[in-house]
Structure formats: structure tokens, C-alpha cells
Write a protein that binds this ligand. Structure first.
Ligand SMILES: [Zn+2]
Length: 490
């Protein structure tokens, strides 16, 4: 019998179409790029299906052909040539691997390029054209994605991470590959049913009501052998595309009525959660009042909408400026992206006192640059912060000090994950009264042990955080909260 063959690859990023930080091939190479056969042993968020193929298919006698795996840090629109080049790279690898019995892809699902509102739909359709109708195509998605008819039509199996934060990306990749193998072996006939919730919302699963909702999805998957997989596509509010919004996705073993009913029921339940899923985000002034009322530090102030993990630049100054206006001192802020200011600091040297303009360069909404006479207190080449078991490169970084305020300037755009972003520069984060970080959710676990209090700050910008005022141009139907009752309006 001919040895069965799977082609597996990964092409992923999360596109904030409102961001000024455009994405090109260098953005992919700077973030993560593994040529065929060069993927490391540890999975990345979106390449986990490739590792699951190694674990589950190779030992069962399959030939696993690994293609390119690449990821760009979330940013703005992808340069058209870059997308087409990466897509065609994967397609030519697939062509060379044919005939194949299965295609397994690690996607993100919120990738938008110049001229392509639905990159993943385009990619999946071209894969389908190559392999024909009989070869199963399976892909893993981040729930912060867009579920388009083109994707559902081209793929046999789509599975998204259930958790946000995305702690289960490897577990869901294994689910995907198990189901994909059963499909290729003719044991199941997956059929995808979807329901459009007509909403967009932030849906953290580390708290209720989403925590219980995810538990229910696991129970349903165990309750009936016809229910193969259930995913919530949260949607991604910073991607202005026609299909933007939350959707339920139910995969059954060829049980269309059951799938449709379940997708609708779960989707209606999800819709009833709108407006009460996120932790309280406070206005800047309310947040600073609350911070100053604390008698002990450190108080962590999380600037949730200037988080590079959502595709913005991460050089915003709104929160810092508000603190400076109040004369707050004993403040440490990090990370703040400003490679030019870092260069100036390195050139001036350690302990130099220099006039420095930093931050606020990428766009008009993130606050004006700050001008200050600063002391260069720390310089670290290729600094790194921790994030769980991994190290996140901050690039060449500088610690500047002025008016009782310490700022960590970085050359890499990176979210604030861990207090080590301060300590690597020589700042003791536990000794500061106020810590300002740029992150929506991922900072939380690592800062809890040192924080006296944690406050989520809604500075209103630069991330397009209010769907009602974001001014979408491509959205193709009414959704909440842009309209109050989207199910009964045109
Ligand atoms: Zn996500």
C-alpha cells in the first residue's frame, strides 16, 4: 500500500487594518520564519498543527511533508507582493509534495493584504484547486479571526483555540489533526455548520460568563459522537472586512440538522452575553484617581489599547502624559517602542544627560511625543523579557529617567509581558509605586505576584476599540454594538 502523505505548513498574522505599521516580508522574517524542515521542536501559536502532525501522523506511518512556517507580529495591512509571495511559496511546496492524502495548515484567520480582504479564504481556495475535491483540507484558527464563506466552502475542517488567553493552541491542534486523519481514513465525514451572532465583543475566557461557556462546549463535544468539534470565532474588531463579527462553528459527522441547531442555540446564548464579558476598563482620569488613592505600590496600570499584540505601534503617550500632568513620580513605564530614541541614547552613552523626544511618532491618535531632559541610566543590547517559558526579544533597549519617572524604550515592537522587562534594564519593578504597561491581558499572570493592585486603563486609542465609532467601510451587515438590535434591522 502506498504510504499516506500529509502536507503541513503555517502562514499567519493578525491584521489591524487601522494600524500605520504596515507588514512586509521583513516583518515575517523578523518575527518567525522557518523554511521547510527547519521548524523547531516547540510549537508557535499558529504553527502548532505542524507539531501535531509530527506527534500523531508520523508514528502512524504517514509521510509528513513540512512546508514553510511563518508569522508576523500583529500589524497593519500586508504588502500585496509579500502575501502573494508567501502564498505561492506554500502552493509550490504543496505541488512538489503531491500526490497528498491530507493538507493541514496553521493559520490565524485575520490576515488582510492590499487587494485581499480574505487572505485565508484565497489560500484555502487555491489549495482546494490544487488537490481536488477528495483530499481533506484542515486548518487551525485563532478565534480573533473572520469566518468567511470562502473558508468554510474550501476547507473540510476548521478548529479554533477555545481559550483567550490562548493557552490551548496545542491541544486544539491535536484535536484538528486527529479529526483530519479520521477524515482521510474515511472514518468520519465532517460537515461545518455556522451561525452569525451579529455582534463583536471582547470575550476573555478566564472569567465568567465565557469560562462556563467554554466548559459547556467541551461537555457537548463529549456528549454525542456526531459532534466532532465546536469553536467560537470571537471576531477581530480591528479588521475592517465584510465578514467582521462573532460566529459559532459546529463540526458534525455529517449531521447537518444537528449542527445547524447547535450553532444557532449556542450563538443565541453567546449573543445574550454581550456587554458583560470583559473586566472593567477605566477612563484615564478615573484610573489615575484610583491609583493615587492606593496607599501601597506597586499599582499596575495596564494601557489596554496601546498593546502591540493587537497590531498598534506601542509608542503611545496618553497615559504617561496624564500622569506627568498630575506630577506623579515613582513611575516606571515599559515597554515603549522608539528605535530612534534608543539610537540617540546609545550614541550619547550611559549616564549622559540629553534632551530627548520619545514616543508618539506612529500616528495622530496615540498622544504627542514627550520632550524631556533625560538621564540615560541603562543600555542593553538585544534585551529580552520573559513570557511564561519563552523569551521575548525587546531589541536594543534604553532606560531613561526624568522627573521621578523611568521609561524603558525598546527597538522591537513588543507587548509588556513580564516584570523582567524592567529588571533586565536594571529597574526594580517591585520598588516602584506605579508601573505602566502596554498589554490587554497577557501581562496579568506575571504581574500579580508583585502588584498591590491592577487597574485596566481605557485611553480610548490608538486601537480601534469602539466598534460604534470605528467607521467600518467594508462591514456587510448590521452588528451589535453598532446597531442596538441587529437581528431585526436591515
Ligand atoms: Zn487571538
Amino acid at each position: 500500500m502506498r504510504q499516506k502523505t500529509v502536507y503541513t505548513a503555517s502562514l499567519a498574522t493578525e491584521t489591524n487594518t487601522f494600524s500605520p505599521v504596515f507588514t512586509d516580508l521583513q516583518s515575517f522574517r523578523d518575527s518567525f520564519y522557518a523554511a521547510p524542515g527547519e521548524h523547531p521542536e516547540t510549537p508557535t501559536l499558529c504553527s502548532a498543527p505542524m507539531i501535531a502532525c509530527r506527534e500523531l501522523l508520523a508514528p502512524a506511518g504517514w509521510r509528513v511533508v513540512e512546508g514553510t512556517a511563518t508569522w508576523a507580529e500583529p500589524g497593519g495591512l500586508i504588502n500585496r507582493d509579500t502575501y502573494e509571495h508567501l502564498r505561492d511559496t506554500l502552493l509550490s511546496e504543496l505541488t512538489a509534495a503531491m500526490p497528498v492524502d491530507l493538507v493541514v495548515l496553521g493559520l490565524h484567520g485575520a490576515m488582510v493584504a492590499q487587494g485581499y480582504d480574505d487572505c485565508e479564504g484565497d489560500l484555502l481556495q487555491r489549495v482546494r484547486e490544487l488537490v481536488g475535491s477528495d483530499v481533506p483540507i484542515a486548518a487551525e484558527l485563532d478565534p480573533h479571526s473572520h469566518l468567511t464563506p470562502a473558508r468554510v466552502g474550501a476547507a473540510d475542517l476548521l478548529v479554533a483555540f477555545k481559550e483567550f488567553p490562548h493557552t490551548d493552541f496545542m491541544a486544539r491542534a491535536r484535536d484538528l489533526v486527529r479529526l483530519a486523519r479520521a477524515t482521510a481514513d474515511g472514518e468520519i465525514r465532517p460537515l461545518m455548520s455556522t451561525h452569525d451572532c451579529r455582534m463583536i465583543e471582547v470575550l476573555p475566557t478566564s472569567r465568567e460568563p465565557m469560562q462556563g461557556f467554554v466548559r459547556q462546549l467541551h461537555e457537548l463535544e463529549q456528549s454525542d459522537p456526531r459532534i466532532l468539534s465546536i469553536s467560537v470565532i470571537h471576531g477581530f474588531m480591528a479588521g475592517d472586512v465584510p465578514e467582521l463579527g462573532t460566529r459559532m462553528l459546529v463540526v458534525t459527522d455529517n449531521a447537518p440538522e444537528l449542527g445547524a441547531q447547535l450553532a444557532r442555540e449556542l450563538g443565541e446564548q453567546l449573543y445574550s452575553f454581550r456587554g458583560r464579558t470583559r473586566p472593567p476598563f477605566l477612563d484615564i482620569e478615573v484610573a489615575l484617581d484610583q491609583a493615587q488613592a492606593c496607599t501601597r505600590g506597586p499599582v499596575v496600570l495596564a494601557d489596554v489599547w496601546d498593546n502591540p499584540g493587537g497590531g498598534v505601534a506601542g509608542d503611545g503617550t496618553l497615559l504617561l502624559r496624564a500622569g506627568l500632568e498630575r506630577g506623579m513620580s515613582d513611575v516606571a513605564l515599559g515597554t515603549l517602542w522608539d528605535p530612534i530614541a534608543v539610537k540617540f541614547c546609545f550614541a550619547a552613552g550611559l549616564n549622559a544627560r540629553i534632551p530627548l523626544r520619545f514616543g508618539g511618532k506612529s500616528c495622530a491618535t496615540a498622544g504627542a511625543p514627550v520632550d524631556a531632559e533625560v538621564e540615560v541610566r541603562g543600555l542593553v543590547r538585544q534585551a529580552e523579557q520573559r513570557f511564561g517559558d519563552s523569551q521575548v526579544p525587546m531589541g536594543d533597549s534604553a532606560w531613561i529617567h526624568f522627573a521621578g519617572v523611568d521609561v524603558v524604550l525598546t527597538s522591537n515592537r513588543c507587548q509588556s509581558f513580564d516584570p523582567s522587562l524592567f529588571s533586565v534594564m536594571g529597574i526594580d519593578p517591585g520598588a516602584r509605586r506605579y508601573l505602566m504597561v502596554k498589554s490587554t491581558n497577557h501581562f496579568h499572570d506575571a504581574f500579580v505576584p508583585i502588584a498591590h493592585e491592577i487597574i485596566y486603563v481605557d485611553a480610548g486609542a490608538p486601537y480601534p476599540s469602539n466598534p460604534a465609532t470605528n467607521g467600518y467601510r467594508k462591514l456587510n451587515r448590521p452588528i451589535w454594538p453598532i446597531v442596538e438590535d441587529p437581528h431585526n434591522s436591515q
